[in-house]
Design a binder for this molecule. Sequence first.
Ligand SMILES: O=P(O)(O)OC[C@@]1(O)O[C@H](CO)[C@@H](O)[C@@H]1O
Length: 320
Amino acid sequence: MILTVTLNTALDITYRVPELRPHTTHRVTEATERPGGKGVNVARVLAALGHDTVVTGFVGGVTGVVLRQLLAEIAAPGDGPEAPRGTITDALVPIAGTTRRTIGVVDAATGDTTQLNEPGPLVTTPEWSTFMDVYGRLLREASAVALCGSLPPGVPVGTYAQLIREAHTAGVPTLLDTSGEPLRRGIAARPDLVKPNAEELAGLTGSTDPLRAARDARRRGARAVAASLGPDGMLAVTAHGAWRATPPRRLAGNPTGAGDAAVAGLLSGLVEEAPWPDRLARSVALSAAAVRAPVAGEFDRSVYDETLARVEVTEHPAAA
Ligand SMILES: O=P(O)(O)OC[C@@]1(O)O[C@H](CO)[C@@H](O)[C@@H]1O
């Protein structure tokens, strides 16, 4: 199975409004609730692709109950075209605090999304110890682990580095998708792959040139870097070469969750030991297909198939 870790899970609420205008009252025309946090979205996309997944991290309070119920509904085998083909197993660790909500407000006039993410619950030392026991046990069954999203209060910034080291000891490849100081510290622990976006990469390295920044991130410890460049696709720099994948066209829609779909594509390629150009093509196509889906964690399968057939992958001439 593929393990996804979401230490700061979230109940994702998406509101659609006719037009978002600060300092005014809005009538919401559509509201959705989904189990969220980046690793939860990654697991949902992986399961849709046919991979068995296990979701861990922390969950608590009323929002936590709702999150788990919604996750169980999604994970339950159905027979419709949207039913997951792989399993999603809930191995979340209960805590006394309350799972956060994240609010995405979609402006129907422009299609733009404004995101409001709560900080998340405080995690106590005994809760952290319980998590580490669960994590160690799950690693024994995992073919890869994805470490995703922000850290909740009380969890030290060096935590991802610790989780990467544990995974190395267990012989499990790691993918890190976070930002800021947790990303910087995590990279120093030599994850197999990091998936920053261009902004996160620039924040880490000080360079706005993605190729230069990705190479810098490898020098800092990441074994491979796959940088998402939004509608322009993805750039990967590995020990074996550098590639750029470009989608056939820019798609308008909700970008929330597109990065998570990209992570799912990279992970599926990793466990299948697919060549890098295939991994990137898959990742870019899933990302585009997620933009066309209304909520994070879902993707439009016909956009995926159509984009996958037409993604252009070119090898970068210079050595990695
Ligand atoms: O606050 P974080 O952990 O960085 O991101 C959380 C989040 O915004 O990311 C996902 C989309 O990528 C949403 O499901 C989720 O709520």
